[in-house]
Design a protein. Structure first.
Length: 276
């Protein structure tokens, strides 16, 4: 006689088979991802992810300065940057010009006793402020001090903070004052391009510079700017690095076109005068 199978046991076996099937499918998916991650030449196209990261045009945005720089009983928020005149941080000058388009900025340039004979164009890098208004009518103070320092340093009105060091880090902070918000993928790509511009394009070997130019050319074949369809701090730092390293003339076609787009914007053209 054939033994009668308990229905509850049959149901248990069916559930077990379903679980094993799902586990097998999950393992296949994980194996596929693992191969993609460990393949050195795996090319993950994030263009679509960037395009979904819709940001309003830079000219329309502002940040809450009290929130970012500290509310100091209504006092003017002062950003003070020390920089070496032998290596002027051009990206910070471009960002200063952009800040002037967004806020009422009280600008000043000084020379520290540690340096001698600062060129006239650097002493006048912010131009002439013809209309002097009472200090309290400005939103932001931006003071540049030419000083013998190994790398640019920045402090603002919160007295207890440690200085932010390095042109790339200061540029990232200043750009954040425009209030732009990005998703994680876009933010990571922007940071990556800033670091690449500073450490490889500006300070790297000729081989590294060539590799960066090829990467830039490929990226700019897909989008108007290095990351997405709007200007970011990555474009500013990379453009300035190209100018300072003398690599601009040797740049490939897409990079040349992008450089012209940068130079058509007023903040870049003001810095171009310093390079003549």
């Amino acid at each position: 006689l054939q033994e009668e199978v308990d229905p509850s046991l049959q149901a248990l076996e069916s559930r077990q088979e379903e679980i094993l099937k799902r586990l097998y499918e999950l393992k296949s998916a994980v194996d596929g991802l693992s191969k993609m991650i460990h393949t050195p030449d795996a090319d993950f196209d994030v263009t679509n992810i960037i395009q979904t990261d819709e940001c309003s045009p830079l000219t329309k945005n502002k940040a809450d300065l009290d929130l970012m720089l500290g509310k100091d009983y209504g006092a003017l928020k002062d950003i003070v940057i020390n920089a070496n005149p032998s290596q002027p941080p051009l990206s910070l000058l471009v960002l200063h010009s952009l800040l002037c388009e967004h806020y009422k900025v009280l600008s000043a340039v000084h020379t520290h006793s540690s340096v001698k004979g600062v060129p006239e164009n650097l002493l006048k890098c912010f131009g002439e402020q013809t209309t002097k208004q009472p200090r309290h009518e400005y939103q932001l103070g931006f003071t540049l001090i030419w000083k013998d320092v190994p790398k640019p340093q920045m402090k603002f009105s919160i007295q207890t903070m440690c200085p932010i060091e390095g042109e790339g880090n200061i540029a990232r902070f200043l750009f954040s004052l425009f209030g732009q918000k990005y998703n994680a993928v876009t933010s990571t790509l922007i940071d990556s391009w800033v670091d690449t511009a500073i450490f490889q394009l500006k300070e790297g070997s000729s081989k590294e510079k060539g590799a960066v130019l090829r990467s830039m050319n490929a990226a700019l074949g897909k989008t108007s700017w290095l990351v997405g369809s709007e200007l970011t701090v990555a474009d500013i730092v990379a453009w300035c690095a190209l100018q300072q390293t003398g690599s601009a003339n040797a740049a490939p076609a897409n990079v040349q076109k992008w450089m012209k787009s940068c130079e058509n914007l007023a903040p870049f053209s003001s810095v171009m005068k310093l390079l003549k």
